[in-house]
Structures are given as C-alpha cells and as structure tokens.
Design a protein around this ligand. Structure first.
Ligand code: CUA
Length: 334
C-alpha cells in the first residue's frame, strides 16, 4: 500500500490552493459561457472593447504607479515640475485616455444595435419565474413554442424579441452577445450573429427571485440544413404512438395537462413549458438536470429542492410505478 509522506501530502494540499486563482482566470477565458471566447459578431466586438478597456486601465495604472514612485523617491520638488505632473498626469493624461476609450466604445454601438434583415422566423423569448418560453413564428402565422432552448442558423443576423411575464429578467449568452433586460409591459430586442456552430449556455443576469441562479438555457447554433430539419421536427405534433399510451393516460389523470401542452394530445395548458418535444431538449428544468429518465424522475419528486418557490407542485406522492411510466413517457416526447 502506498502511504504518501507528510511533505508530499502537504504539497498536494498546497498545490490546488496556489493554482486555483490561475486555473480560475484561465478557465474563464474559454468554455460555453465565456465572453472572451466569442462565437458571434457582437461578442467579438464586446471582447475587443474589453481588451481596449483593460489596456487603457493598465496604462493609467502604470502611469499612476510611476508617478507615485517618483514622488516618494525625489526629495526636492521644484514648483514648475510639480505643476506639470499635477496638470499633465492628473488631468491631461486621464482625459486623453478616457476620451479615446469613450470614442472607441461609442463607435461600436451602432453595429451592436443593428437588427437582422429577415423576420423569418420571428423569435420571441419570454422570461418567467424561472424559465424561458421561446416562440418561433413565421409570417404565415404558423410556428411552435419550446422552452429553455433556442436554435438558430449560423452566419445569419437574428433579432430576438424579449418580454417578461412577471418580473425583470435579463437574457445573456456571453459567447454570442451582450445582455438585455426583459421588462414586464415592454418588448426589447437583442440581435445576434453566430459565427461558429455549437451549443452555448445562457443565463438570467438580473436577480428575479429565489431561483434566479437556476434560470439557465441553451442556445444551439446549427448549419442552415440542420436548422431547417430541427424546425420541421419541432412543427410536428408529439409522436403518435404515445398518444394513447399508459404514460399519456397518467399525464392526463394527474392533471399535468392543466399547465403543460403536448401538441397532438388533449394536454393544452399554457402555464408551464410546452412539453411536445421535451425529450429532445439539451437539459431539464432550465438547465438544472440532465435530460434522461433519471432527470425527469428527480424533477417530478424533488422540484422544490431543485428550484425553491417554483410554481409547479411536486409529485413525490405518486406510486413509484406511475413515476416510472410518466418519466418514460416524457423522455419519449422527442
Ligand atoms: Cu430571471 Cu434572474
């Protein structure tokens, strides 16, 4: 049996402590939620702006430090030089640096506000405590609703309409664009233009109640043909074989249809997320659980532990056999 020596145990313990700030700093630069690893035109502009601001701040900090060192070291200060330092270093230098940064920052605004040319599809995101209702609509009036997930084609500028049904939320996918608030009673917009395919994570960036930190979503960027395929699949009703299944019967019996819609069945509630294709989504409960049978079961029995103050009742009172059938039914709603 290998017994680590005292010193090796100590160094093992010290290493993560010393490394952690570095790991945290480097870890923040990539991943599906990093503003510094842009996957969209707007995020690229914001990242460039960040580096300009960081550079400008570093320049000001260096100048101030040099002046401080000079002030401490030099014994005698002649009056002319003192004035030069106060006016030059205290007024002219910051004025020039801040003006350049402000001008650069403002020059980026029109491009960030530019809206997409095509209105097809028209995508509306509605923030609710604590999930995202997503509506896709075409000019002919057809469309579908999904939840906690957006899919968009790559290299197209898309303008999202943002609304809220209760309190202020904030829509933010750091890899793709800046954040915009969803405010009750008004419609805001946010444009994004993905440059890379992939799955990116978004989050609510405005405190909106007990489960604010559990209000995540996925934004999936697809090539145009894959996007069209996904749209076709989303437009269809829930898979036919499941309509008369035991799962569908229990879904009705336990009243799930009062809050949720499963298109193609009698379930047509609109309080909670549309579950027509819930099994095909990236995650469950707005990014809280993995999308599999175990995830559905955990959601049904422990929803209040997972998401404090959520409106959905928990179903831990159901017999285990009913839970098995229900979770299988939900997971098969692909
Ligand atoms: Cu919604 Cu925070």
């Amino acid at each position: 049996m290998h017994v680590p020596s005292c010193s090796s145990r100590l160094s093992e313990r010290r290493a993560p402590t010393a490394l952690s700030p570095m790991v945290l700093l480097l870890g923040a630069c990539k991943g599906p939620m990093s503003a510094l690893a842009p996957a969209g035109k707007d995020a690229e502009r914001i990242a460039i702006l960040f580096w300009w601001m960081a550079g400008g701040s570093a320049l000001v900090w260096l100048a101030v430090m040099m002046l401080a060192i000079y002030a401490i070291r030099s014994r005698r200060h002649d009056r002319r030089k003192t004035y030069l330092f106060v006016i030059g270093g205290g007024a002219v230098f910051p004025f020039v640096v801040l003006t350049v940064l402000l001008a650069f920052g403002l020059s980026q605004v029109p491009a960030l506000l530019a809206e997409g040319e095509s209105e097809a599809p028209n995508i509306t995101v509605i923030g609710e405590q604590w999930w995202w209702r997503v509506r896709y609509r075409w000019p002919d009036g057809t469309g579908f609703e999904t939840a906690n997930e957006l899919r968009v084609p790559v290299h197209q500028r898309i303008t999202l309409r943002l609304r809220s049904r209760d309190v202020i939320h904030s829509f933010w996918v750091p890899s793709l664009a800046g954040k915009v608030d969803l405010i009750p009673g008004r419609t805001n917009s946010l444009s994004l233009e993905p440059t890379r395919t992939g799955t990116y994570r978004g989050i609510c960036a405005e405190y909106c109640g007990a489960s604010h930190a559990k209000m995540m979503f996925h934004l999936v960027v697809l090539e145009q043909p894959e996007f069209e395929k996904w749209v076709q699949q989303q437009r269809t009703e829930a898979r036919a074989p499941d309509r008369k299944s035991e799962g569908a019967r229990l879904f009705r019996k336990h009243g799930c249809g009062a809050c949720h819609t499963v298109r193609g069945t009698s379930a047509s509630g609109s309080v909670g997320p549309d579950l027509t294709h819930v099994g095909s989504r990236e995650a469950l409960g707005a990014g809280v659980l993995a999308n599999d049978e175990a995830g559905f079961r955990t959601w049904l029995t422990s929803v209040h532990q997972l998401k404090p103050e959520v409106h959905m009742p928990h179903f831990s009172i159901l017999p285990s056999s009913d839970l098995d059938v229900l979770t299988r039914y939900l997971e098969h709603l692909q």
